[in-house]
Design a protein around this ligand. Structure first.
Ligand SMILES: Nc1ncnc2c1ncn2[C@@H]1O[C@H](COP(=O)(O)OP(=O)(O)OP(=O)(O)O)[C@@H](O)[C@H]1O
Length: 315
């Protein structure tokens, strides 16, 4: 990718909260027109990283460049080209959708027409409804609409679908993909791997303030060198027996890796059939009670576990 296509550069970003370092030297580049995902568990440092890029938080080290401007030195210029989705909880509840749009539009020297924006956000029929009567998904769409009023080149969405039901989540996904079609660059944080997989051109996996991997979803998953996972529990397995069982599992044909979380075992394999047959034969001896057996293709969650030893999901 040529440097002229780089819209955001995070260059060694560091943020300390007292003696705690929340962001520990984050580097990445975001290209024009892509949906760039920051994916990581709660507390990984996604929000802090985004806020440093948006100029809302001052880095303790490193710098962020947006559209060629340093967010510390040229914040005014940066603000002209970015749109930031505010948390919907901070919206004025008593205003109507149209009133809040007009109010936010008045903050900018120029803004896009409100009618088409309401259509894009599928909020036309809520135009005269008060914000406090909107559903969670509608509030999120309004928050995104407000971030688009100044026709920004770069849009920041911080966990836009957290807490939404599956239908509302999918409606938001469609809106985000339409924005991408129109050439917007989107930086999105999420802790939903499925969301990252569906929406993002590239994903920056973050954990404990650091970037642990950055690539397209497909390449991240193929970095596991196994395309399938066999997941199961072993019932009534004494902790002392786990080491012996692990040794036996390692001997299963074509198994490339094993993860264990509590009593859940995951075997990674390229040859599902061979591995399954061996697993079934071993369990036929009766010493193990296989439960909840399922097979699936490897996911970003598996990538995260193999890189960090921990799950993306809250424990
Ligand atoms: N103002 C603050 N003061 C002290 N610690 C903070 C502050 N803001 C965030 N932190 C801590 O910094 C770490 C990173 O937080 P951050 O919100 O950036 O993570 P995140 O990946 O966005 O997580 P989440 O998904 O929960 O929002 C967390 O451990 C958090 O508790």
């Amino acid at each position: 990718m040529e440097s002229s296509h780089i819209v955001i550069e995070a260059d060694g970003l560091i943020k300390n909260y007292g003696s705690f370092q929340a962001v520990r030297g984050v580097n990445f580049q975001v290209y024009q027109g892509e949906v760039f995902g920051l994916l990581g568990p709660n507390g990984a440092g996604k929000t802090t990283t985004m806020e440093m890029i948006e100029g809302l938080r001052k880095p303790d080290g490193g710098r962020a460049i947006v559209a060629g401007y340093d967010t510390q030195k040229d914040l005014g210029k940066v603000k002209e080209v970015i749109g930031v989705q505010l948390q919907s909880t901070s919206l004025f509840e008593l205003l109507t959708v149209e009133e809040i749009m007009r109010m936010y539009a008045s903050f900018y020297p120029s803004s896009v027409p409100i009618g088409p924006l309401l259509e894009d956000m599928t909020l036309v029929d809520k135009r005269n409804g008060r914000v406090k009567h909107l559903s969670g998904g509608q509030k999120q769409r309004l928050a995104i609409g407000l971030a688009l009023l100044n026709d920004p080149k770069v849009i920041f969405l911080d966990e836009p679908t957290t807490g939404l039901d599956p239908t509302a989540r999918r409606t938001l996904w469609e809106i985000i993909l339409k924005l991408k079609e129109r050439g917007k660059t989107i930086v999105l944080s999420t802790h939903y791997m499925e969301e990252a997989h569906v929406l993002c051109d590239r994903i920056c996996l973050m954990d404990q303030g650091k970037v642990v991997a950055l690539d397209t979803p497909r390449k991240l998953v193929s970095s596991l060198q196994s395309d399938s996972a066999i997941e199961f529990r072993l019932q009534d397995l004494a902790e002392a027996d786990q080491t012996a069982v692990l040794q036996e599992l390692r001997d299963i044909r074509e198994v490339k890796g094993i993860d264990v979380r509590k009593d859940v075992f995951v075997l990674y394999t390229d040859k599902l059939q061979e591995s399954l047959i061996d697993l079934a034969q071993k369990s036929a001896g009766g010493r193990w009670q296989l439960a909840d057996l399922q097979t699936r293709t490897a996911t970003l969650e598996d990538v995260f576990i193999s890189m960090t030893g921990r799950s993306l999901k809250a424990e």
